[in-house]
Write a new protein. Sequence first.
Length: 243
Amino acid sequence: MNILNDIVSGASRQFGREFGRAGANTILKGANSYTVREISNYSGRIKPSDSQIIKAIKEIQKVKFVSTNKANASRLIDITDLMLSNISFTGNETLNQLTDLNELVNQYNNKFDHGSSLIDDDFKDKSIDYLEDKRNEFVALMDKFNNETKVFINGNLELAKQKRKSKKTTTILAFPILGSLGIHKFYLGQIGQGILYFMFSFLLIPAIISLFEFISYLSMSTEKFDTKFNPEYSYYNQFRITN
C-alpha cells in the first residue's frame, strides 16, 4: 500500500503545483460573474453555510483511528469515498474553489498516511483489496480532473488573449487628437461613452477629459490595465499551468 500512497501523493502534488492561485482574484464580468471568496476557515464544526468542499475537509478532520486493522481500513474507505464524491470539474465555480480543493487533497493524504501506517503489513482482508481499488479510482479521477481543468483554463485564456485590449493602443487613441472623438472608448468597447465624446467633440471638454485619460493610461501598469479592461484575461492568466 505504501507504493500506492506514493502514486496518490504524486498526483496530488501535481494538482497543487499546476493550479496554485495567484493573488489577483479578479472577478469576471457578465455571464461569468460570481464572488471570489477569501481564505476559508477549515476549523470548527460543520456549518450550513459551508460549501461541500469545506464540509468534506471537516468530515476528514473528524475521523479518528482505533486499534483494529479492519476498523481502520473501513475508515480509510469512507474518506476515500468522500474524496471521490467531491473531486469533479464544473467550470469557473470549481476554479474559485481550487484553494479549498487543494486543502481537501492535502488533508485526505495526511489522514490516509496516518491511518494506513496503523494497519499491519501482514493484514489480509477483502477490505484492503477494496481500498486499493478505491485508491486507484482516486488516482484516475485526479488525472481526469487535472486534464479537464487545464483544457478549460487554456481554452478560455486563448479566447481572452484574442479579445485582449492593448494598453499601448488605448493610450495612443486617448491622446486628445483622437481621444476627443472618443476613439479610445470605441476601442475599449465602451460604445455609449464613445458616442458622447463624438457628439460633443466640438467642445473642449472631451479633449480635456481624454488628456487626463491619456496620462492615466500612460502611467498605469499593464497588470492594472488588464484587471480593469481585460478581466477575463487577468482572471485566467493567474493560474499557473505546466505542460
